[in-house]
Design a protein around this ligand. Structure first.
Ligand SMILES: NC(=O)C1=CN([C@@H]2O[C@H](COP(=O)(O)OP(=O)(O)OC[C@H]3O[C@@H](n4cnc5c(N)ncnc54)[C@H](O)[C@@H]3O)[C@@H](O)[C@H]2O)C=CC1
Ligand SMILES: O=C(O)[C@@H]1CCC=N1
Length: 289
């Protein structure tokens, strides 16, 4: 019998923003069964209690219970920071079995590095790059699989992230590009929104009014691209009357290097993911010798 998402026991190690975004997405869409979702972190018990109260997931604070939640899971999701990755994976080594699917959301860390730290080859691993919009079911996740992943585990991982938004399966080297576009992308949009609100306020709007107008503008613009299927460039042209106000604004953005800045930011983001991955990889030798 195939294991479905609602039947799978899923254990999250790390209870930060990304774990919460996935847990909220999973449980609020009803795709995952909260009673089978378990979560733990290093020390913040208040955060675990709040996840339990909000989403109905159970949590573990003592080592034997944590070990048991890992050893008995069908899917183990590692959601700690890259700086904690080497230590975190090493502590998983004695607990993880070859039949369990390991899902990583950690930026930059390759499947090879994970196998190196676990001291195994052939562990089923799904390396992913989700984003925080998973919280409301509007996430965008890139995903790559190790060769040890079975068809059933592949489907389970796809269902898990599909329950939080859209999923793109990509070749592993492209996950840093996904990081640059959609993993970190929400922050670029929020940054733009902060600037739009600040500009509106400087022009005399009340902060709340500027915020309300900005939120609806971003929501409307993204929804227009999705609903009409038109290219962003074509929709932009429809807003831009010849010699009008939008043209004046866009010319100013061009003079400030807007597009170039965004593209450079994406390249730097992908490069940073590679640097962080290399740093974890370099620590494999020191941690495993
Ligand atoms: N925040 C975001 O937008 C995104 C984050 N990511 C990735 O998700 C991962 C987590 O990021 P955030 O949730 O933002 O971090 P965070 O700092 O909010 O949460 C990290 C959690 O890991 C726990 N932790 C650390 N070491 C641990 C260990 N050995 N055992 C158990 N728990 C441990 C901490 O206690 C904390 O609960 C990172 O690796 C990041 O690259 C990926 C995509 C988007
Ligand atoms: O900033 C970071 O490193 C993580 C990865 C993608 C979004 N946040």
């Amino acid at each position: 019998m195939t294991l479905s998402l609602s039947q799978a026991k899923i254990t999250f190690i790390g209870a930060g923003s990304m774990a919460e975004a996935i847990i909220r997405g999973l449980t609020s869409t009803g795709e995952g069964d909260a009673s089978r979702v378990r979560v733990m972190n290093r020390s913040d018990v208040a955060k675990l209690q709040s996840l339990h109260e909000r989403y109905g997931v159970s949590y573990m604070t003592e080592q034997p219970a944590k070990d048991d939640a890992i050893a008995t899971a069908d899917v183990v999701v590692i959601a700690f920071k890259p700086k904690d990755a080497a230590e975190g994976l090493l502590s998983l080594k004695p607990l993880l079995r070859k039949e369990q699917l390991l899902v990583s959301v950690i930026a930059g860390m390759s499947i090879d590095t994970m196998e190196g730290l676990l001291g195994v080859t052939g562990q089923p691993i799904a390396r992913t790059m989700p984003n925080t919009s998973s919280t409301i079911g509007l996430g965008a996740t890139g995903i790559s699989f190790s060769s040890g992943v079975s068809d059933e585990q592949r489907q389970l991982a796809l269902d898990m992230f599909a329950s939080t938004g859209i999923v793109s399966v990509v070749a592993e080297p492209l996950l840093n590009a996904v990081n640059a576009v959609s993993g970190s992308g929400p922050a670029y949009i929020y940054y733009m929104m902060e600037a739009m609100i600040a500009g509106g306020v400087e022009l005399g709007l009340e902060p709340e009014e500027a915020r309300r107008l900005t939120v609806q503008t971003v929501l409307g613009a993204a929804s227009m691209v999705q609903a009409t299927g038109e290219e962003p460039a074509d929709l932009r042209r429809k807003v831009t009357s010849p010699n009008g106000t939008t043209q004046a604004a866009l010319e100013t953005l061009d003079r400030c290097g807007f597009s170039e800045g965004v593209i450079k930011a994406e390249f730097r983001c992908a490069e940073r993911a590679a640097e962080m991955g290399a740093a974890i990889s370099a620590s494999v030798t020191s941690h495993t010798k």
